[in-house]
Design a protein around this ligand. Structure first.
Ligand code: ADP
Length: 357
């Protein structure tokens, strides 16, 4: 029964719970006791019996860590860390950053600030990165929740989790609340076969929170999905997640920019040709390009470490270079995550979503 009543408790919470229960038991038999200064006789200690009532009293005072851990962070990602996606950045700047930065302009022109944005596009295209950049550039706090986590970590408490998130967001405003993979909770009725109604309750809590947000409260929600067609349409109505921003698979120009971002702090050999790399990486998303750059450096380090003795490392590390060959080898190890078939599927989904949008 205790196990059942302690959803979201981590080990440390259970330890506190055990201690607190004992404290309640002690106070019950010695109400006048001063725990700071009084010595407690051994026979008193031996006679303590922790009852169910003590446990129930103690549990009221302990908030499970899994619910407490709504982390508020200030991301350090800037617009320059996001390669390509110029139009997307511009839209986010106008819809989120400006209202937070220049509220007086919005007021004067009688414009409604956005409460919510839905970013959609395939995984690894930079949605999280963009959300962090927008938070940083608008000097806002950032709270990030993953849809599946909301369901699993807060088993039976998902709505409470949502409430908690919004109250933390208000406390720390201006705040960007980031719901990653929102399709895992907010799918249209019946479209998610494994759903036992939890999703619906979470969606209605989300709606309540969104509708309760005043535009002046400086809390903005950004949700992401790669299946915009599955999102409960109630969430997408005006005044809710009503700004829809497409984050596409990068084209050649965008890939070139992403390569620049991920190689800017690396010592590149003269033969490294970023244009050629961008040309060769059709179907690679930002996350893939990051992996290519990482792998290329790994190849360079392997070659370098294999070619010098431990003593020589210090003096020759300045000569280490990542070469075009290292990149070529990396390309054969990292596959593009968007194949022509998946690309077609995404395009179909996006077209369909835009039509109904
Ligand atoms: P998503 O949220 O769309 O799944 P992420 O933003 O989490 O994708 O991307 C994962 C990682 O891939 C990022 O941390 C970043 O290193 C890299 N990445 C993705 N898109 C870009 C981009 N447009 N520019 C630079 N890096 C990117």
């Amino acid at each position: 029964e205790y196990a059942e009543n302690t959803h979201g408790f981590v080990g440390a919470d259970l330890e506190s719970l055990a201690k607190e229960s004992a404290m309640h038991a002690l106070r019950r038999i010695r109400p006048e006791i001063d725990l700071e200064s009084d010595e407690i006789d051994a026979d008193v200690l031996n006679s303590i019996q922790v009852t169910e009532a003590d446990f129930k009293e103690a549990i009221k005072g302990i908030e499970p860590s899994a619910l407490r851990e709504v982390f508020v962070e200030v991301p350090d990602v800037t617009w320059d860390d996001v390669g390509g996606l110029e139009n997307t950045k511009e839209r986010l700047r106008e819809t989120i950053q400006w209202p937070l930065e220049y509220p007086e302009v919005f007021e004067e022109l009688d414009m409604q600030a956005a409460k919510g944005v839905l970013m959609y596009g395939p995984p690894g295209t930079g949605k999280t990165l963009l959300a962090k950049a927008v938070a940083n550039e608008s000097e806002s706090n950032f709270i990030s929740i993953k849809g599946p986590e909301l369901l699993n970590k807060y088993v039976g408490e998902s709505e409470k989790g949502v409430r908690e998130v919004f109250s933390k967001a208000r406390e720390n405003a201006p705040t960007i609340v980031f719901f990653d993979e929102i399709d895992s909770i907010a799918t249209e009725r019946g479209k998610n076969s494994g759903d036992s109604g939890v999703g619906e309750r979470v969606v209605s809590q989300l709606l309540t929170e969104l509708d309760g947000l005043e535009s002046l409260e400086d809390v903005v929600v950004i949700a992401t999905t790669n299946r915009p067609d599955l999102i409960d349409s109630a969430l997408l109505r005006p005044g809710r997640l009503d700004r829809h921003v497409h984050v596409p698979v990068p084209d050649e120009t965008a890939r070139r920019r992403i390569f620049e971002v991920h190689t800017r702090n690396k010592p590149l050999a003269d033969d490294v040709d970023l244009d050629a790399l961008a040309r060769k990486t059709e179907g690679y998303v930002g996350a893939d390009i990051e992996a290519v750059a990482r792998e290329a450096s790994m190849n360079a380090s392997r070659e370098f470490i294999g070619s010098v003795t431990r003593e020589e490392v210090g003096e020759s590390v300045g000569n280490v270079r990542v070469t075009m060959q290292h990149f070529e080898d990396a390309l054969s190890e990292v596959n593009p995550s968007v194949t022509p078939e998946t690309r077609e599927r995404y395009e179909e989904i996006e077209k369909q979503f835009k039509r109904s949008d």
